[in-house]
Ligand binder design. Sequence first.
Ligand code: GDP
Length: 445
Amino acid sequence: MAFEGLTERLQSALSGLRRKGKVTDADLRDTMREIRMALLEADVDYTVVKKFVREVREKAAGQKVLEGLNPEQQIVKIVNEELTMMMGDEAVPLNQSKKIPTIIMMVGLQGAGKTTTAGKLALKLKQEQNARPLMIAADIYRPAAIDQLETLGQQIDVPVFAMGTDVDPREIVQKGLAKADELKADYVFIDAAGRLQIDEALMQELADIKKIAAPDEILLVVDAMTGQNATETAQGFNDRLGITGVVLTKLDGDTRGGAALSIREVTQKPIKFVGQGEKMTDLDVFYPERMASRILGMGDLMTLIEKAQKDVDEKKAAEQAEKMRQNTFDFNDFIDQMDQVQNMGPMEDLLKMIPGVANNPALQNIQMDDKQMDHMRAIVLSMTPAEREDPDLINPSRRRRLAAGAGRPIVEVNRMIKQFNQMKSMMSKVMNGNTGQMEQMMSAL
Ligand code: GDP
Protein backbone atom coordinates (compact mmCIF):
# COMPACT_ATOMS: atom_id res chain seq x y z
CA MET A 1 0.00 0.00 0.00
CA ALA A 2 1.10 3.58 -0.58
CA PHE A 3 3.11 5.44 2.05
CA GLU A 4 4.57 2.38 3.73
CA GLY A 5 8.15 3.61 3.64
CA LEU A 6 7.14 7.11 4.68
CA THR A 7 5.10 5.82 7.60
CA GLU A 8 8.01 3.79 8.87
CA ARG A 9 10.43 6.66 8.58
CA LEU A 10 8.12 9.14 10.29
CA GLN A 11 7.40 6.75 13.09
CA SER A 12 11.03 6.09 13.66
CA ALA A 13 11.76 9.84 13.68
CA LEU A 14 9.02 10.48 16.21
CA SER A 15 9.79 7.47 18.37
CA GLY A 16 13.27 8.91 18.89
CA LEU A 17 11.56 11.54 21.02
CA ARG A 18 9.53 9.00 22.93
CA ARG A 19 12.58 7.33 24.31
CA LYS A 20 13.82 10.54 25.87
CA GLY A 21 12.74 11.61 29.31
CA LYS A 22 13.12 15.27 28.50
CA VAL A 23 13.13 16.64 24.98
CA THR A 24 15.67 19.34 24.28
CA ASP A 25 15.87 21.84 21.49
CA ALA A 26 18.59 19.74 19.88
CA ASP A 27 16.37 16.62 20.02
CA LEU A 28 13.63 18.50 18.26
CA ARG A 29 16.06 19.67 15.61
CA ASP A 30 17.25 16.08 15.01
CA THR A 31 13.69 14.85 14.74
CA MET A 32 12.80 17.55 12.26
CA ARG A 33 15.85 16.70 10.20
CA GLU A 34 14.73 13.08 10.04
CA ILE A 35 11.19 14.09 9.12
CA ARG A 36 12.56 16.29 6.39
CA MET A 37 14.59 13.41 4.96
CA ALA A 38 11.63 11.05 5.18
CA LEU A 39 9.42 13.45 3.21
CA LEU A 40 12.06 14.11 0.56
CA GLU A 41 12.64 10.40 0.12
CA ALA A 42 8.93 9.90 -0.34
CA ASP A 43 9.14 12.30 -3.31
CA VAL A 44 7.45 15.22 -1.65
CA ASP A 45 8.29 18.43 -3.46
CA TYR A 46 11.31 20.23 -1.99
CA THR A 47 9.63 23.60 -1.43
CA VAL A 48 6.65 21.87 0.16
CA VAL A 49 8.96 20.04 2.57
CA LYS A 50 10.73 23.24 3.50
CA LYS A 51 7.50 25.00 4.27
CA PHE A 52 6.24 22.03 6.26
CA VAL A 53 9.33 21.79 8.45
CA ARG A 54 9.31 25.53 9.07
CA GLU A 55 5.69 25.51 10.10
CA VAL A 56 6.04 22.56 12.46
CA ARG A 57 9.03 24.25 14.10
CA GLU A 58 7.20 27.55 14.47
CA LYS A 59 4.15 25.90 15.91
CA ALA A 60 6.21 23.87 18.35
CA ALA A 61 8.03 27.00 19.47
CA GLY A 62 4.82 29.04 19.70
CA GLN A 63 3.12 26.43 21.81
CA LYS A 64 6.16 26.09 24.02
CA VAL A 65 6.02 22.36 23.42
CA LEU A 66 9.32 21.53 25.03
CA GLU A 67 8.35 23.11 28.31
CA GLY A 68 5.03 21.35 28.55
CA LEU A 69 4.01 17.82 29.43
CA ASN A 70 4.39 15.06 26.86
CA PRO A 71 6.38 16.97 24.26
CA GLU A 72 6.46 13.92 22.01
CA GLN A 73 2.69 13.64 21.87
CA GLN A 74 2.34 17.31 21.21
CA ILE A 75 4.78 17.12 18.35
CA VAL A 76 2.96 14.16 16.83
CA LYS A 77 -0.20 16.25 17.06
CA ILE A 78 1.42 19.21 15.34
CA VAL A 79 2.90 17.01 12.61
CA ASN A 80 -0.52 15.45 12.09
CA GLU A 81 -2.21 18.84 11.82
CA GLU A 82 0.39 20.17 9.42
CA LEU A 83 0.21 17.06 7.23
CA THR A 84 -3.55 17.52 7.12
CA MET A 85 -3.23 21.19 6.17
CA MET A 86 -0.69 20.34 3.51
CA MET A 87 -3.23 18.03 1.87
CA GLY A 88 -6.04 20.53 2.09
CA ASP A 89 -7.70 20.52 5.52
CA GLU A 90 -11.20 19.37 4.57
CA ALA A 91 -12.83 17.14 1.96
CA VAL A 92 -14.13 19.14 -1.00
CA PRO A 93 -17.17 17.84 -2.91
CA LEU A 94 -17.66 17.90 -6.67
CA ASN A 95 -18.69 21.26 -8.10
CA GLN A 96 -22.36 21.37 -9.01
CA SER A 97 -23.93 23.33 -11.81
CA LYS A 98 -27.05 25.33 -10.97
CA LYS A 99 -28.72 23.98 -14.08
CA ILE A 100 -28.39 20.46 -15.41
CA PRO A 101 -26.21 18.95 -16.57
CA THR A 102 -23.12 19.35 -14.42
CA ILE A 103 -20.23 18.98 -16.84
CA ILE A 104 -17.06 17.26 -15.70
CA MET A 105 -14.01 17.20 -17.93
CA MET A 106 -11.38 14.56 -17.19
CA VAL A 107 -7.82 15.52 -18.09
CA GLY A 108 -4.42 14.00 -17.43
CA LEU A 109 -1.58 12.07 -18.98
CA GLN A 110 -2.18 8.85 -20.81
CA GLY A 111 -2.54 5.91 -18.45
CA ALA A 112 -3.23 8.09 -15.42
CA GLY A 113 -6.69 6.57 -15.07
CA LYS A 114 -9.02 9.14 -16.67
CA THR A 115 -11.29 6.65 -18.39
CA THR A 116 -11.46 4.36 -15.38
CA THR A 117 -12.10 7.26 -13.01
CA ALA A 118 -14.87 8.67 -15.21
CA GLY A 119 -16.59 5.28 -14.93
CA LYS A 120 -16.01 5.08 -11.18
CA LEU A 121 -17.40 8.57 -10.60
CA ALA A 122 -20.40 7.99 -12.83
CA LEU A 123 -21.18 4.83 -10.88
CA LYS A 124 -20.75 6.60 -7.55
CA LEU A 125 -23.17 9.37 -8.59
CA LYS A 126 -25.62 6.80 -9.87
CA GLN A 127 -25.51 4.83 -6.63
CA GLU A 128 -25.48 7.76 -4.23
CA GLN A 129 -27.73 10.27 -5.96
CA ASN A 130 -29.63 8.18 -8.43
CA ALA A 131 -27.97 10.35 -11.09
CA ARG A 132 -28.30 9.83 -14.85
CA PRO A 133 -24.81 10.44 -16.23
CA LEU A 134 -23.62 10.41 -19.83
CA MET A 135 -20.01 9.79 -20.77
CA ILE A 136 -18.50 11.31 -23.90
CA ALA A 137 -15.64 9.46 -25.57
CA ALA A 138 -13.38 12.28 -26.76
CA ASP A 139 -10.03 10.51 -26.61
CA ILE A 140 -9.55 9.59 -30.24
CA TYR A 141 -5.79 9.00 -30.05
CA ARG A 142 -5.23 6.31 -27.48
CA PRO A 143 -5.88 2.99 -29.10
CA ALA A 144 -8.94 1.35 -27.58
CA ALA A 145 -9.87 4.27 -25.30
CA ILE A 146 -13.31 4.47 -26.88
CA ASP A 147 -13.89 0.72 -26.64
CA GLN A 148 -12.77 0.83 -23.04
CA LEU A 149 -15.24 3.57 -22.17
CA GLU A 150 -18.04 1.74 -23.97
CA THR A 151 -17.27 -1.46 -22.11
CA LEU A 152 -17.23 0.41 -18.80
CA GLY A 153 -20.50 2.07 -19.72
CA GLN A 154 -22.14 -1.30 -20.30
CA GLN A 155 -20.71 -2.65 -17.07
CA ILE A 156 -22.14 0.16 -14.94
CA ASP A 157 -25.16 0.78 -17.16
CA VAL A 158 -24.30 4.35 -18.14
CA PRO A 159 -24.74 5.56 -21.75
CA VAL A 160 -21.65 6.50 -23.73
CA PHE A 161 -21.60 8.97 -26.62
CA ALA A 162 -18.96 8.07 -29.20
CA MET A 163 -18.30 8.92 -32.84
CA GLY A 164 -15.27 6.76 -33.50
CA THR A 165 -11.73 8.01 -34.01
CA ASP A 166 -12.08 9.93 -37.28
CA VAL A 167 -14.05 12.88 -35.95
CA ASP A 168 -12.47 15.92 -34.31
CA PRO A 169 -12.80 15.76 -30.51
CA ARG A 170 -14.29 19.29 -30.46
CA GLU A 171 -17.13 18.13 -32.67
CA ILE A 172 -17.61 14.99 -30.58
CA VAL A 173 -17.97 17.11 -27.46
CA GLN A 174 -20.43 19.48 -29.12
CA LYS A 175 -22.63 16.65 -30.35
CA GLY A 176 -22.22 14.79 -27.08
CA LEU A 177 -23.55 17.77 -25.13
CA ALA A 178 -26.57 17.93 -27.43
CA LYS A 179 -27.12 14.23 -26.78
CA ALA A 180 -26.94 14.90 -23.03
CA ASP A 181 -29.76 17.43 -23.36
CA GLU A 182 -31.79 14.99 -25.38
CA LEU A 183 -31.27 12.26 -22.75
CA LYS A 184 -31.82 14.75 -19.92
CA ALA A 185 -28.58 13.59 -18.40
CA ASP A 186 -27.72 15.36 -15.14
CA TYR A 187 -23.97 14.73 -15.29
CA VAL A 188 -21.73 14.67 -18.33
CA PHE A 189 -18.24 13.24 -18.22
CA ILE A 190 -15.91 14.24 -21.01
CA ASP A 191 -13.15 11.66 -21.34
CA ALA A 192 -10.59 13.87 -23.03
CA ALA A 193 -7.35 12.74 -24.62
CA GLY A 194 -4.08 12.39 -22.78
CA ARG A 195 -0.51 12.05 -23.99
CA LEU A 196 2.58 10.51 -22.52
CA GLN A 197 3.83 14.02 -21.88
CA ILE A 198 2.27 17.44 -21.94
CA ASP A 199 2.52 18.94 -25.43
CA GLU A 200 1.17 22.03 -27.07
CA ALA A 201 -1.22 20.29 -29.47
CA LEU A 202 -2.88 18.45 -26.60
CA MET A 203 -3.16 21.58 -24.47
CA GLN A 204 -4.71 23.49 -27.35
CA GLU A 205 -7.26 20.75 -27.92
CA LEU A 206 -8.15 20.66 -24.22
CA ALA A 207 -8.39 24.46 -24.07
CA ASP A 208 -10.77 24.37 -27.05
CA ILE A 209 -12.92 21.70 -25.44
CA LYS A 210 -13.00 23.75 -22.26
CA LYS A 211 -14.29 26.71 -24.26
CA ILE A 212 -16.96 24.64 -25.98
CA ALA A 213 -18.19 22.75 -22.93
CA ALA A 214 -17.67 25.36 -20.19
CA PRO A 215 -17.19 22.55 -17.65
CA ASP A 216 -18.17 23.01 -14.02
CA GLU A 217 -15.30 20.82 -13.02
CA ILE A 218 -11.97 20.07 -14.69
CA LEU A 219 -10.62 17.09 -12.84
CA LEU A 220 -6.95 16.38 -13.28
CA VAL A 221 -6.32 12.66 -12.91
CA VAL A 222 -2.84 11.93 -11.58
CA ASP A 223 -1.16 8.59 -11.16
CA ALA A 224 0.30 8.61 -7.65
CA MET A 225 3.00 6.19 -8.76
CA THR A 226 4.68 8.82 -10.94
CA GLY A 227 6.40 10.47 -7.97
CA GLN A 228 8.04 13.86 -8.45
CA ASN A 229 6.81 14.16 -12.04
CA ALA A 230 3.25 14.19 -10.81
CA THR A 231 3.68 17.65 -9.31
CA GLU A 232 5.20 19.05 -12.48
CA THR A 233 2.41 17.56 -14.57
CA ALA A 234 -0.18 19.00 -12.24
CA GLN A 235 1.40 22.41 -12.45
CA GLY A 236 1.49 22.22 -16.26
CA PHE A 237 -2.20 21.33 -16.58
CA ASN A 238 -3.20 23.86 -13.98
CA ASP A 239 -1.31 26.75 -15.55
CA ARG A 240 -2.85 26.10 -18.92
CA LEU A 241 -6.37 24.93 -18.13
CA GLY A 242 -7.14 26.09 -14.62
CA ILE A 243 -8.10 22.74 -13.16
CA THR A 244 -10.72 22.70 -10.41
CA GLY A 245 -9.76 19.50 -8.62
CA VAL A 246 -7.52 16.47 -8.60
CA VAL A 247 -8.10 12.73 -8.49
CA LEU A 248 -5.12 10.70 -7.33
CA THR A 249 -5.19 7.18 -8.69
CA LYS A 250 -3.35 3.96 -7.86
CA LEU A 251 -2.94 4.75 -4.20
CA ASP A 252 -3.43 1.02 -3.69
CA GLY A 253 -0.07 0.51 -5.37
CA ASP A 254 3.31 0.55 -3.81
CA THR A 255 3.92 4.25 -4.24
CA ARG A 256 6.04 6.44 -2.03
CA GLY A 257 3.12 8.84 -1.88
CA GLY A 258 4.89 12.16 -2.26
CA ALA A 259 2.51 13.29 -4.99
CA ALA A 260 -0.44 13.17 -2.62
CA LEU A 261 1.43 15.40 -0.25
CA SER A 262 2.64 17.97 -2.75
CA ILE A 263 -0.08 18.45 -5.34
CA ARG A 264 -2.45 20.44 -3.22
CA GLU A 265 0.26 22.76 -1.99
CA VAL A 266 1.72 23.27 -5.46
CA THR A 267 -1.55 23.79 -7.37
CA GLN A 268 -3.69 25.11 -4.53
CA LYS A 269 -6.45 22.93 -5.97
CA PRO A 270 -8.18 20.32 -3.83
CA ILE A 271 -7.66 16.59 -4.17
CA LYS A 272 -11.27 15.45 -4.34
CA PHE A 273 -11.05 11.68 -4.78
CA VAL A 274 -8.56 8.87 -4.58
CA GLY A 275 -8.54 5.71 -6.67
CA GLN A 276 -7.53 2.69 -4.66
CA GLY A 277 -7.96 -0.22 -7.05
CA GLU A 278 -9.04 -1.31 -10.49
CA LYS A 279 -12.64 -2.20 -9.62
CA MET A 280 -15.39 0.29 -10.45
CA THR A 281 -16.17 0.71 -6.75
CA ASP A 282 -12.57 1.52 -5.78
CA LEU A 283 -12.96 5.29 -5.58
CA ASP A 284 -13.09 7.18 -2.30
CA VAL A 285 -13.66 10.76 -1.26
CA PHE A 286 -10.34 12.25 -0.18
CA TYR A 287 -10.25 13.26 3.48
CA PRO A 288 -6.95 15.03 4.27
CA GLU A 289 -7.24 14.34 7.98
CA ARG A 290 -7.77 10.63 7.56
CA MET A 291 -4.95 10.43 5.07
CA ALA A 292 -2.63 12.20 7.51
CA SER A 293 -3.50 9.70 10.23
CA ARG A 294 -2.89 6.86 7.82
CA ILE A 295 0.48 8.27 6.84
CA LEU A 296 1.50 8.64 10.46
CA GLY A 297 0.49 5.04 11.05
CA MET A 298 -2.30 6.09 13.36
CA GLY A 299 -4.89 4.11 11.46
CA ASP A 300 -7.96 5.23 9.63
CA LEU A 301 -10.90 3.90 11.54
CA MET A 302 -13.44 6.17 9.85
CA THR A 303 -12.68 4.74 6.42
CA LEU A 304 -12.76 1.21 7.78
CA ILE A 305 -16.16 1.79 9.36
CA GLU A 306 -17.52 3.30 6.15
CA LYS A 307 -16.19 0.41 4.14
CA ALA A 308 -17.82 -1.99 6.56
CA GLN A 309 -21.12 -0.16 6.32
CA LYS A 310 -20.98 -0.17 2.56
CA ASP A 311 -19.79 -3.69 1.93
CA VAL A 312 -21.23 -5.71 4.75
CA ASP A 313 -24.68 -7.17 4.61
CA GLU A 314 -26.24 -5.71 7.73
CA LYS A 315 -28.83 -8.40 8.31
CA LYS A 316 -26.22 -11.10 8.09
CA ALA A 317 -23.90 -9.16 10.37
CA ALA A 318 -26.65 -8.87 12.99
CA GLU A 319 -27.36 -12.61 12.77
CA GLN A 320 -23.70 -13.37 13.18
CA ALA A 321 -23.39 -11.07 16.15
CA GLU A 322 -26.27 -12.88 17.79
CA LYS A 323 -24.63 -16.23 17.13
CA MET A 324 -21.39 -14.95 18.60
CA ARG A 325 -23.22 -13.85 21.69
CA GLN A 326 -24.83 -17.26 22.06
CA ASN A 327 -21.59 -19.01 21.26
CA THR A 328 -23.19 -20.84 18.33
CA PHE A 329 -21.04 -19.29 15.63
CA ASP A 330 -20.09 -22.11 13.23
CA PHE A 331 -17.92 -22.64 10.18
CA ASN A 332 -20.69 -21.56 7.80
CA ASP A 333 -20.75 -18.18 9.54
CA PHE A 334 -17.00 -18.13 9.51
CA ILE A 335 -16.91 -18.48 5.74
CA ASP A 336 -19.66 -15.88 5.28
CA GLN A 337 -17.70 -13.48 7.41
CA MET A 338 -14.52 -14.17 5.54
CA ASP A 339 -16.32 -13.43 2.25
CA GLN A 340 -17.60 -10.14 3.58
CA VAL A 341 -14.21 -9.08 4.84
CA GLN A 342 -12.49 -10.09 1.62
CA ASN A 343 -14.98 -8.00 -0.34
CA MET A 344 -13.65 -4.98 1.50
CA GLY A 345 -10.16 -5.31 0.07
CA PRO A 346 -6.81 -6.87 0.90
CA MET A 347 -6.57 -7.94 4.54
CA GLU A 348 -3.21 -6.32 4.99
CA ASP A 349 -4.63 -2.91 4.02
CA LEU A 350 -7.65 -3.30 6.29
CA LEU A 351 -5.52 -4.17 9.30
CA LYS A 352 -3.47 -1.02 8.82
CA MET A 353 -6.56 1.12 9.14
CA ILE A 354 -7.08 -0.02 12.71
CA PRO A 355 -5.46 2.42 15.14
CA GLY A 356 -2.97 0.58 17.26
CA VAL A 357 -2.39 -2.11 14.67
CA ALA A 358 -0.90 0.35 12.26
CA ASN A 359 1.90 1.34 14.56
CA ASN A 360 2.23 -1.66 16.79
CA PRO A 361 5.09 -3.81 15.52
CA ALA A 362 3.84 -6.89 17.37
CA LEU A 363 0.36 -6.64 15.91
CA GLN A 364 1.68 -5.89 12.48
CA ASN A 365 3.06 -9.37 12.33
CA ILE A 366 -0.35 -10.95 12.62
CA GLN A 367 -0.29 -13.39 9.76
CA MET A 368 -3.50 -12.60 7.94
CA ASP A 369 -2.62 -12.39 4.33
CA ASP A 370 -5.12 -13.19 1.65
CA LYS A 371 -3.42 -16.41 0.64
CA GLN A 372 -3.85 -17.68 4.14
CA MET A 373 -7.53 -16.80 3.99
CA ASP A 374 -7.77 -18.88 0.81
CA HIS A 375 -6.17 -21.83 2.58
CA MET A 376 -8.60 -21.49 5.46
CA ARG A 377 -11.44 -21.35 3.00
CA ALA A 378 -10.18 -24.53 1.30
CA ILE A 379 -10.16 -26.34 4.64
CA VAL A 380 -13.69 -25.20 5.53
CA LEU A 381 -14.94 -26.18 2.07
CA SER A 382 -13.60 -29.69 2.65
CA MET A 383 -15.86 -30.10 5.69
CA THR A 384 -19.18 -31.88 5.53
CA PRO A 385 -22.25 -29.73 6.30
CA ALA A 386 -22.51 -31.46 9.67
CA GLU A 387 -18.92 -30.63 10.52
CA ARG A 388 -19.38 -27.01 9.58
CA GLU A 389 -22.37 -26.71 11.85
CA ASP A 390 -20.81 -28.60 14.72
CA PRO A 391 -17.04 -28.09 14.80
CA ASP A 392 -16.81 -30.38 17.85
CA LEU A 393 -17.34 -33.31 15.50
CA ILE A 394 -13.97 -32.75 13.92
CA ASN A 395 -11.84 -35.46 15.52
CA PRO A 396 -8.26 -36.39 14.50
CA SER A 397 -9.24 -38.74 11.69
CA ARG A 398 -11.58 -36.13 10.27
CA ARG A 399 -8.79 -33.58 10.51
CA ARG A 400 -6.57 -35.83 8.41
CA ARG A 401 -9.32 -36.06 5.83
CA LEU A 402 -9.71 -32.26 5.76
CA ALA A 403 -5.97 -31.78 5.33
CA ALA A 404 -5.97 -34.17 2.37
CA GLY A 405 -9.08 -32.58 0.90
CA ALA A 406 -7.73 -29.04 1.12
CA GLY A 407 -4.18 -30.01 0.17
CA ARG A 408 -2.83 -28.39 3.34
CA PRO A 409 -0.65 -29.88 6.10
CA ILE A 410 -2.44 -31.31 9.11
CA VAL A 411 -0.75 -28.81 11.46
CA GLU A 412 -2.46 -26.04 9.55
CA VAL A 413 -5.85 -27.69 9.98
CA ASN A 414 -5.20 -28.08 13.69
CA ARG A 415 -4.09 -24.50 14.01
CA MET A 416 -7.09 -23.18 12.17
CA ILE A 417 -9.55 -25.10 14.32
CA LYS A 418 -7.76 -23.97 17.45
CA GLN A 419 -7.86 -20.35 16.30
CA PHE A 420 -11.50 -20.71 15.38
CA ASN A 421 -12.35 -21.99 18.87
CA GLN A 422 -10.33 -19.25 20.53
CA MET A 423 -11.96 -16.61 18.39
CA LYS A 424 -15.39 -18.02 19.09
CA SER A 425 -14.86 -17.94 22.80
CA MET A 426 -13.34 -14.48 22.68
CA MET A 427 -16.17 -13.15 20.55
CA SER A 428 -18.76 -14.54 22.87
CA LYS A 429 -17.06 -12.81 25.81
CA VAL A 430 -16.74 -9.54 23.96
CA MET A 431 -20.35 -9.64 22.82
CA ASN A 432 -21.44 -10.28 26.37
CA GLY A 433 -19.49 -7.31 27.62
CA ASN A 434 -16.55 -9.12 29.18
CA THR A 435 -13.57 -7.63 27.43
CA GLY A 436 -10.95 -8.16 30.11
CA GLN A 437 -9.77 -11.36 28.55
CA MET A 438 -9.57 -9.89 25.10
CA GLU A 439 -7.36 -7.12 26.33
CA GLN A 440 -5.18 -9.73 27.96
CA MET A 441 -4.93 -11.64 24.72
CA MET A 442 -4.11 -8.55 22.73
CA SER A 443 -1.42 -7.47 25.13
CA ALA A 444 0.06 -10.95 25.11
CA LEU A 445 0.53 -10.80 21.34
P1 GDP B 1 -6.33 6.85 -19.12
O1 GDP B 1 -5.37 6.65 -20.25
O2 GDP B 1 -5.97 8.03 -18.30
O3 GDP B 1 -7.76 6.88 -19.56
O4 GDP B 1 -6.12 5.60 -18.14
P2 GDP B 1 -7.04 4.32 -17.86
O5 GDP B 1 -8.32 4.71 -17.25
O6 GDP B 1 -7.11 3.49 -19.09
O7 GDP B 1 -6.18 3.59 -16.76
C1 GDP B 1 -4.90 3.04 -17.00
C2 GDP B 1 -4.73 1.78 -16.15
O8 GDP B 1 -4.69 2.12 -14.80
C3 GDP B 1 -5.84 0.79 -16.31
O9 GDP B 1 -5.29 -0.50 -16.37
C4 GDP B 1 -6.66 0.96 -15.05
O10 GDP B 1 -7.31 -0.23 -14.67
C5 GDP B 1 -5.59 1.33 -14.06
N1 GDP B 1 -6.11 2.12 -12.93
C6 GDP B 1 -6.84 3.27 -12.96
N2 GDP B 1 -7.09 3.70 -11.70
C7 GDP B 1 -6.52 2.82 -10.85
C8 GDP B 1 -6.40 2.72 -9.41
O11 GDP B 1 -6.88 3.56 -8.64
N3 GDP B 1 -5.73 1.64 -8.93
C9 GDP B 1 -5.17 0.70 -9.75
N4 GDP B 1 -4.51 -0.32 -9.19
N5 GDP B 1 -5.24 0.78 -11.09
C10 GDP B 1 -5.90 1.81 -11.64
